[in-house]
Design a protein around this ligand. Structure first.
Ligand SMILES: Nc1ncnc2c1ncn2[C@@H]1O[C@H](COP(=O)(O)OP(=O)(O)O)[C@@H](O)[C@H]1O
Ligand SMILES: Cc1ncc(COP(=O)(O)OP(=O)(O)O)c(N)n1
Length: 271
């Protein structure tokens, strides 16, 4: 068997291609990692919002997980949209003995404002999934929901990061700064030291799936055996290029450009 690095995304679908499983697989491929996927919910959505959701049964999610992990080379896992506590418990039960690098993207609300998970899922996320996480990647509203505290100031963000690691058990956290003003600065904490990752803020409406893409890039790099610091650094560069070189498609908040990173890397500039 060739030395192939594989990453598994456990998430919902986005037929418009910009978020969810579809964004994850594109990102894995662009970072030269073999992508695999387990679907939690089938979502009818596009750049204008969510029209409908059909959840798969937790038992069938477990069957999908067994199909992949019993056969394929999985070196890192990402969780995205997981809509309810039954799903979270089934996924955590399967992942716990595997002890694989795990990136938890605590998806709760779509950019359109549509809720993607139920309120019981939040407690299950804290109790079952965060203790297994190598890294968790909340945006500002998600970090506030997880900690039950508002994140108004920089100090609040530092406190929230410490709480997520020391109280909820995640090995590390990056609180993403897309919802802030000014530069796009993300706050990383590994239980010992803080580090910020900053890029210019690009003036664009098209940020559908930024969080999904960013977390998938972290997962791909972890699958390759990179350190947390290296993985977050690559993911930041990846998502910044994907936003800067937006495709301007869709009639609402369009997707990011998943090939911008490699295009820029290959040619020194985006052409
Ligand atoms: N307009 C923007 N310009 C540059 N980077 C951005 C912009 N919006 C978000 N980002 C970056 O994209 C990544 C995803 O963050 P964010 O959008 O906050 O997550 P989510 O999509 O989960 O809400 C982070 O690295 C963030 O700093
Ligand atoms: C299936 C699915 N998962 C996640 C999302 C969230 O994507 P988006 O709405 O663009 O928000 P961020 O990824 O930017 O947090 C989704 N819409 N669908």
């Amino acid at each position: 068997m060739r030395n192939v690095k594989g990453a598994l995304s456990i998430a919902g679908t986005d037929p418009s291609g910009g978020a969810g499983i579809q964004a994850d697989l594109k990102t894995f491929q662009e970072l030269e990692v073999y992508g695999m996927s387990v679907i939690t919910s089938v979502v009818a959505q596009n750049t204008l919002g969510v029209k409908g959701i059909r959840h798969l049964e937790a038992s069938f999610i477990k069957e999908q997980l067994e199909s992949v992990t019993n056969d394929m080379p999985v070196h890192a896992v990402k969780t995205g949209m997981i809509a309810n506590s039954e799903m979270i418990e089934a996924i955590a039960e399967h992942l716990r003995p595997l002890t694989l690098p795990l990136c938890v993207d605590p998806v709760m609300i779509a950019q359109s404002g549509d809720a993607l998970v139920d309120h019981k899922a939040l407690q299950a996320m804290r109790d079952e999934l965060l203790p297994l996480a190598t890294i968790v990647t909340p945006n500002i509203p998600e970090a506030a929901a997880l900690t039950g505290r508002s994140l108004e100031s920089e100090e609040d963000r530092y406190d929230a990061a410490k709480r997520i690691v020391h109280d909820f058990g995640s090995s590390s956290v990056v609180i993403k700064g897309g919802h802030l003003d000014g530069e796009a600065t993300d706050l990383f904490y590994d239980g010992d030291t803080f580090k910020t990752f900053t890029s210019p803020r690009f003036d664009t409406l098209h940020t559908h799936g930024t969080g999904c893409t960013y977390a998938a890039a972290i997962t791909a790099e972890l699958a390759k055996g990179k350190s947390l610091n290296e993985a977050v650094s690559v993911a930041k560069t990846f998502i910044s290029a994907a936003i800067e070189h937006t495709l301007e498609i869709g009639h609402g908040q369009g997707p990011t450009n998943h090939w911008a990173y490699q295009n820029t890397k290959r040619k020194g500039e985006y052409v």
